[in-house]
Design a protein around this ligand. Structure first.
Ligand code: DSN
Length: 392
């Protein structure tokens, strides 16, 4: 008898094939990434680091790690190549949240202050939310966005001077515009704070050179590997070389046990792919498709946060144009039509996070499936038809 699990995997495979996937943090990995993640490397325990690591690593805590040592070093080298950097890199974090936890633990003590973007303005749970470890372990202060939805750099400076944080964090999970890392760097240095960037959403754009890079400015950079980088689910931390030992120690033994070598293999495959000219073309197409879809919604009369997008996502705000419509109602109606996106808070949000007044739309996944601008425009028209039929 076949395992129930494989029936369900086939069911999910079908869903992914048939649905239009607009969740800005999702993507479709290559067959080679899938093969690496489903490989025999899952059988290997490898707590520790390859012995030659420049950070004084004492090696692994288990025997038989010769192959995974080579694999992990290779993954690190390839990711440095992707971003054209000589930063130290740790490819062991199991997720973006684990990467952020380890990044904080590397340079902060419990009770230190972090200044980050608030969740309802586009930040992330792990950037200091009171319901997350980040808000429970650290004091947090938040900067926001201006009325037009752009990061409020004056507010950032004011809050930095008021709270004197030990770490200032740039990065977001729902921000459609270029982030000015130079401005963040200047503010962080002016108050003697560490400068950290969580580039999870825009890492693919940075790799392809279509978003300014934080390398050379930030002390620590975290990312996931599964969004615009199109790798397996997981995280990574880059840091200036002088912080390498602290970051490695914060990942293991402080925050994690054995690394997932099969996922590290998938990350290495994704790095090989991200080094290719095809990946750069892919990311350029993501940005074009997102702009085309966003523009069509504007033409159809929708209000777009900041009036547009520079990256792989945009936010529709229903507050003024459709006051009775919630993000949840739109998400549910689209789900029934096999279009997947997520409800999202908008700046100045009045509704609960479980309802919201907006939705977030991302084009990275459908661009992997081969979409061009005309598909993105047709999709906006189809969504508009579905929204128009919602009774509220
Ligand atoms: N859940 C991710 C997102 O959708 O942006 C962030 O962790």
């Amino acid at each position: 008898m076949e395992s129930r699990v494989f029936e369900l995997i086939r069911e999910e495979e079908q869903r992914q094939k048939e649905n239009i996937e607009l969740i800005a943090s999702e993507n479709f990995v290559s067959e080679n990434v899938l093969k690496a993640v489903g490989s025999c490397l899952t059988n290997k325990y490898a707590e520790g680091y390859p012995a030659e690591r420049a950070t004084g690593s004492k090696g692994r805590y288990y025997g038989g790690c010769g192959v995974v040592d080579k694999l992990e070093e290779y993954a690190c080298d390839k990711w440095r190549e992707v971003f054209g950097t000589d930063y130290h890199v740790n490819v062991q974090p199991h997720s973006g949240s684990s990467a952020n936890l380890a990044a904080y633990m590397s340079v902060l003590s419990v009770g230190d202050t972090v200044l980050a973007m608030s969740l309802d303005n586009g930040g992330h749970l792990t950037h200091g939310s009171s319901v997350n470890f980040s808000g429970k372990l650290f004091k947090t202060a938040f900067y926001g966005v201006t009325e037009d939805g752009y990061i409020d750099y004056d507010d950032l400076k004011k809050k930095a001077e008021e709270y004197r944080p030990k770490l200032i964090l740039a990065g977001a999970s729902a921000y459609p515009r270029i982030i000015d890392f130079e401005k963040f760097y200047e503010v962080a240095k002016s108050v003697g704070a560490y400068f950290m960037v969580d580039m999870a959403h825009i890492a693919g754009l940075i790799a392809a050179g279509v978003h300014p890079s934080p390398f050379g400015l930030a002390d620590i950079i975290t990312t996931t590997t599964h969004k615009t980088l199109r790798g397996p689910r997981g995280g990574m931390i880059f840091c200036k070389k002088e912080l390498a030992k602290k970051v490695d120690g914060a990942v293991f033994p402080c925050c994690q046990g054995g690394p997932l070598e099969h996922v590290i293999a998938g990350k290495a495959v994704a790095a090989e792919e991200a080094c290719s000219p095809e990946f750069k073309e892919y990311i350029k197409q993501v940005v074009k498709n997102t702009a085309a879809c966003c523009q069509r919604f504007k033409e159809l009369g929708y209000e777009i946060v900041t009036g547009g997008t520079d990256n792989h996502l945009f936010l529709i705000d229903f507050t003024e144009t459709h006051p009775n419509l919630t993000g949840k109602a739109v998400q549910d109606a689209l789900d029934k039509e096999h279009i997947t996106l997520n409800k999202n808070c908008v700046p100045g949000e009045k509704r609960k996070p479980s309802e919201t007044s907006g939705v977030r739309i991302g084009l990275a996944a459908m661009t992997t499936k081969g979409w061009t601008e005309k598909d993105a425009i047709a999709c906006a028209d189809r969504i508009n038809g579905i929204i128009s039929a919602i009774k509220c």
